[in-house]
Write a protein that binds this ligand. Structure first.
Ligand code: NAP
Length: 256
């Protein structure tokens, strides 16, 4: 059985690790990365890098490489590849599972302002603060480029490119982040508003706690929905169980 993991997340890597640890001779695992990050943390097993060429290209790739199942373990905000995966699965009949870590939920003391897009978040900012901690990734900075007044602390894995806000400092870093580190960052830069995607997960959640403790407003960008009809699990263990169940279905009783 050949499984394709569409990756680029901690969960995708953990799934590849757990499948590799199983060392099953009847299971071949290929992880796919978009190639956005300069030095990605590579999962074990086979790895391919770069786009497929849209939904049609992905469908072709599934056929050419005899893929039996696909796990879409991409980031909750990687909407294009998820919709391409749903459409390629529908045309080829290859089973597809979405692995999505749950979104964050506000708790008492949080001052959250929800936005449907980066543009909407940019529209909210002038009424919320003047020193912004922007953690939405380097590729969406254009949405904030027209904001001349606020100062931005932009944290990203790789250096951003123009268009970007005119007044900004870039902090190159990659999670997981600690609560104490996030507290210090907010204090040191006198941050008065945080902007984040609802990425979910523990690695980048301490910024939310630090903002809550400091009483700061947080602009939270809502996730795009998982394409309809795609079964979804919340953690790598459940995705591994889905693959194991398919492996069992695909073997005869004497082979088990
Ligand atoms: P996207 O907008 O959904 O995808 C744009 C295009 O990139 C896709 O159409 C596809 O190209 C290619 N692509 C995306 N993920 C791929 C993968 N795993 N393997 C091969 N090709 C892939 O995605 P994005 O938001 O740019 O994110 C790119 C990657 O970074 C994703 O894999 C995601 O898991 C990871 N990531 C994203 C975010 C985020 O906030 N968006 C955060 C952390 C990590 P073709 O159409 O040519 O196939």
């Amino acid at each position: 059985m050949h499984v394709l993991i569409l990756g680029g997340t901690t969960e995708a890597r953990r799934l590849a690790e757990s499948l590799a640890a199983g060392t099953r001779a009847d299971l071949r695992v290929t992880s796919s990365l978009a190639g956005r990050v300069g030095a990605p943390r590579l999962p074990p097993g086979e790895v391919r890098v770069g786009g497929f060429g849209g939904a049609e290209g992905l469908a072709r790739w599934l056929g050419d490489h005899a893929v039996d199942a696909v796990v879409d373990a991409t980031h909750p905000f990687a909407g294009t590849i998820s919709s391409n995966a749903a459409s390629a699965a529908a045309t080829t009949g290859v089973p597809l599972l979405a692995l999505r870590r749950p979104g964050w939920v506000p708790v008492e003391g949080d001052v959250w302002h929800e936005a449907g897009s980066l543009e909407e978040a940019a529209g909210l900012l002038p009424s919320l603060g003047r020193r912004v901690f922007l953690t939405t990734g380097r590729l969406g900075l254009a949405a904030f480029a027209a904001l001349e007044d606020p100062w931005f602390l932009v944290r990203s894995v790789d250096a951003p490119q123009a268009p970007a806000p005119p007044r900004m400092e870039v902090l190159l870093d990659r999670g997981p982040f600690t609560l104490e580190g996030e507290r210090q960052l907010l204090r040191h830069h006198a941050i008065d508003v945080l902007v984040t995607k609802d990425s979910g997960g523990e690695a980048t959640a301490p910024k939310l706690t630090a903002a809550r403790e400091a009483g700061l407003p947080v602009v939270v960008i809502r996730r795009p929905p998982v394409p309809s009809g795609v079964p979804t699990v919340a953690d790598p263990e459940a995705a591994a169980a889905w693959i194991t169940a398919r492996l069992r279905q695909g073997t005869t009783p004497t082979e088990r």
